[in-house]
Design a protein around this ligand. Sequence first.
Ligand code: HSE
Length: 371
Amino acid sequence: MKKVGFIGWRGMVGSVLLERMRAEGDFAGIESVFFTTSQAGQPGPDVGAGSAPLQDATDVEALAGMDIVVTCQGGDYTREVHPKLRAHGWNGSWVDAASALRMEEDSIIVLDPVNRTLIDRALESGVKDFIGGNCTVSLMLMGLQGLFDQGWVEWMTAMTYQSASGAGARNMKELVSQMAALGEIGAGLAADPSSAVLELDRKIGDALLSAEFPTEQFGAPLAANLIPWIDKGMADGRTKEEWKGAAETNKVLGLEASPIPVDGQCVRVGAMRCHSQALTLKLKQDIPLADIESAITEANDWSRLVPNEEEVTLRTLTPAAVNGTLDIPVGRLRKMVLGPDFVTCFTVGDQLLWGAAEPVRRMLAILLGRL
Ligand code: HSE
């Protein structure tokens, strides 16, 4: 029975991972060992075989006893522990949700519905580090896999509308606190049909900019606002999130030698846990819309075409509609007035599922020979 060590299982991505693994019965037939960075010795979770004391996540000897390590602990942990564990001679498989090792030459970014061939080749050639991709990239590729598989894409821009969850659990809470503060300030005026809307707007506007408004996590109001900046700035004017869009898309697709240009602007919006993206694609030729539609729907079991109509768009192509599901709806699909080889579409996906936990869960299943 394979020994699988879990680190960072209590955090947001880790909790979603455990939830999914429980739902899929993934804990059966493996020996699960739970590690902790702060509470060694305390009882671990019961995933079917009773609870055992938590192990120390920095104990290289204990980690080296695992066949597979799955971590959602974050990049700092990976940077600290992974090199020590490898230096110790450990040759097990490391499956990681954090970005720290993503662009390493001897790692692979895993998104098996899209790059299973690359994953299998990597396994054959002895690759041992399997890293989940950036959430926007994974969600975009799950939606548009068909177009990339066909080799139709000459270049693409991704304008993103990223949820609070991408910034972390505390940020999700801060977003709701911001909404609550605004609700309190505006409630009376909003409910009164005869109140002056400009008065309501002024109160909300003043509150958003007041020193008391809770912005510790985001550094700016997100409720009734947006933040056109995600992650660190880079020398060329992109943010790191925008850089990842290009670098990781091409790494997932195995196109680093002749990359497809990808660029855009990444924006944080007040959605809870679903990222949305408005995509513009320059195709290599004029492909009929019907062929594009079938390529999108046939590429994998999760991408789903939403007809470009108002009612169904409002009902199914929003962060609220997709929240907590593995669906990747793609809608607002049409040729652009820019020319017949320009296509635009809009896609939504759950940042914690296909954007984080699900590719990691499935990579573990692949390593266990179950997928
Ligand atoms: N960087 C993403 C975000 C998180 O800030 O939304 C997941 O890759």
